[in-house]
Design a protein around this ligand. Structure first.
Ligand SMILES: [Zn+2]
Length: 421
């Protein structure tokens, strides 16, 4: 990805640096050749002649790191039913939709994102196109097709329909097939292997949120093979036993982590494994599900998941664990573009303070991607992936939901979106 050349001085705003520390008023950030060269009080900024630098007036708003969407599905095209994912459109069209979603995420202030699973191998090639400046989008960590046990959550088409699921998921029976599935993903070039240790409220009859969809042996085989090839492993973990299986198998991150107990928490903390709750999805399913035909049983399951997920998220943070902010956007009731609703939700519904939520959505996101030395906080030497926001996001985090409030969305010092683009 191209980075800026020359010098840019951003001033007249409060600094929120992504570390969770209180905002610094009257701050200046100086960007030189796409990287942060100074960040601190304006009174201490080195003098730079006006003619030597591009000047950006933050208009009394907020200067902060670009957001990281830690559970991003660019290939999920705002489907109304899960079954639509693999059968509605061919790969050619889904690729175009994914490029559109990536552009939208960047416009929404998300300068980086980790895929939470991809149709076909689109995310890897989308990442390549973004890195090559062919299409705009967040810096991506790519996942590929997801791995699930036969008969598990993602195996929803009964055999008589003769509908394959090969664009979305690799279905496995036993450790040997689990190893083979990872090996096929190695060739696809992905960084993350997404698995389905458990079911979900979406499938109350066969694979509800307390059902296991992979055996421990299958999960351990996935991790062993993935780590051998330097890939990371994550999984859709709701049921308590599934969370523990994942942590004992050596997973690198946990998606959802819905029904934690103290034993699961201890396992999580022992290796400081990050968890991405993607929790506003549950509230959206409850509030908007009826419009999309979700049954009352499904909605009741989402309520139980919401309640469990809120408790677990609070417990993880209280114990010093790490949460990433990602929202599983890409469903009719939880569409692309609403990404920052997750942040507002965590402040207003879960009760976290805004600076903690911003830290989860910036620094922790970069840590999950394994790129915390490059971005995620505003610090000297890091890439200038910066948001300049018209308003005080600490006083009202919901400002981040409104992309009209962005003065600039910068990647590597280049303004890609916002009023100044
Ligand atoms: Zn997901």
């Amino acid at each position: 990805m191209l980075i800026a050349t020359g010098t840019t001085v951003i001033s007249n705003g409060q600094l929120v640096d992504g570390n969770g520390t209180p905002p610094l008023p009257n701050a200046t950030v100086i960007v030189r050749d796409g990287r942060i060269a100074f960040v601190g009080p304006s009174s201490e900024a080195p003098p730079i002649p006006e003619s030597d630098a591009q000047q950006i007036d933050a208009r009394g708003g907020t200067i902060m790191p670009g957001l990281v969407e830690a559970h991003f599905h660019p290939t999920y095209f705002d489907v109304a039913a899960l079954e639509d994912l693999d059968i509605k459109y061919p790969v050619e069209y889904v690729t175009l939709l994914a490029a559109k979603n990536a552009r939208l995420a960047l416009e929404c202030g998300y300068t980086a994102a980790r895929s939470g699973g991809s149709l076909f191998n689109i995310d890897f090639w989308l990442k390549k196109a973004i890195e090559s400046d062919i299409t705009p989008g967040p810096r991506l960590a790519a996942s590929g097709r997801e791995i699930c046990g036969v008969g598990g959550l993602m195996d929803w088409n009964p055999d008589f329909r003769k509908i394959g699921m090969e664009g979305l998921v690799i279905l496995v029976n036993g450790a040997e097939q689990a190893r083979a599935a990872v090996r096929s993903l190695v060739k696809d070039g992905v960084e993350w292997v997404k698995t389905y240790p458990t079911g979900d409220a979406a499938a109350p009859d066969t694979n509800d949120h307390h059902t296991l969809c992979m055996t421990f042996e299958e999960m351990a085989a996935v991790v062993g093979t993935a780590h051998n090839h330097k890939l990371k492993v994550t999984g859709h973990c709701r049921a308590n036993a599934g969370i523990k299986n994942a942590l004992r198998a050596g997973y690198d991150s946990i998606e959802h982590g819905t029904f934690m107990d103290t034993e699961a928490l201890d396992l999580l903390l022992a290796r400081d494994v990050p968890c991405v709750p993607a929790l506003y999805f549950e509230l959206a399913s409850i509030e908007r599900g009826p419009e999309f035909g979700l049954s009352q049983r499904v909605i009741d399951g989402h309520q139980e998941t919401l309640d469990g997920g809120v408790e677990s998220a609070r417990m993880i943070l209280r114990a010093g664990g790490r949460l990433g902010m990602g929202g599983d956007y890409g469903f009719g009731w939880n569409p692309h573009g609403d990404y920052a609703r997750e942040l507002t939700f965590f402040v207003r519904y879960v009760g976290l303070d805004p600076l903690t939520v911003i830290k989860c959505a910036t620094r922790t996101g970069a840590e999950i991607m394994g790129r915390a030395d490059e971005f995620g906080t505003l610090a000297i030497g890091k890439l200038a992936d910066i948001l300049i926001v018209d308003g005080d996001v600490v006083a009202d985090i919901s400002i981040l939901e409104n992309r009209k409030r962005f003065l600039a969305v910068m990647q590597g010092g280049i303004i890609k979106a916002g009023q100044l683009a």
